[in-house]
Design a protein around this ligand. Sequence first.
Ligand code: CAA
Length: 256
Amino acid sequence: MAGLVETSLDGHVALLRLNRPEARNALSPEMMEELASELERLDPDPDVRCVVIAGSDQVFAAGADIKSMSERSFAEALRHPAASFWRRVAAIKTPLIAAVSGYALGGGCELALACDMIVADAEARFGQPEITLGIIPGGGGTQRLARVLGKQLAMEYVLTGRRFDAEMARKMGLVNKVVKKGKWLQEAMELAHTVAERPPIATRLAKQAVIGAEETALSAGLENERRLYELAMATEDRVEGMKAFLEKREPKFEGR
Ligand code: CAA
């Protein structure tokens, strides 16, 4: 099982690279378990302030593993641990950035959507081709695409299974940044380092607050934001941040 996800640390940024090139990084149950476990291991680590999930130049991830799914009965699918993978990723408090080059299809597109931001290579290709296999997206694709693109466009991509390119993804609001061919990982790491320089308690609270916007009505979301803001006001880092501003110097955040 070891080696399907390769972890490295660069300062306060953890880089997780999907490593199953022979199957185009298809998310096998073993790879999903390894990825979720790695994220859960890193999440409470105070030295990790942002996580980048990446594939290779050729492929981010080609979706769930079709071979493994094809052998699964209906009863097995109901009980399969893969179902909890998506909840486990969604429960991660550390900001997550998807660095996408090549294909992000099916579960691969859903994994990118489950991250908080997406940096894409100009030649990246996204899509939810599940319909062509006789199924529908099962890792959040219908819900997250509809929230990001709106119902009409999500419907088009989910019903046709057609792919869309990085520039289209940016125009539709799915991708934060499209970068020159070959620069995708570098740019994603730069973005991650910028997030990692910010006070880490506040970035986690901010992530929770923004996600709340997708999951609650406005009044509840505003109330949630206020509570999270009050928590941020209780941190030592905010004392430091405000003091540094008034003293016209760079702040030094300690994650307290
Ligand atoms: N599952 C299992 N194996 C896969 C795979 C997948 N999702 N995608 C690719 N592979 C395997 C191929 O079977 C092939 O294996 P062999 O060498 O043993 O034949 C190997 O990876 C290389 O694949 P290709 O020859 O097809 O590579 P390519 O570079 O020509 O094309 C691709 C790349 C466009 C990604 C193409 O492989 C492809 O379309 N893959 C399937 C994409 C897909 O339908 N994804 C949705 C899966 S369902 C899902 O994700 C459900 C969900 O919502 C959770």
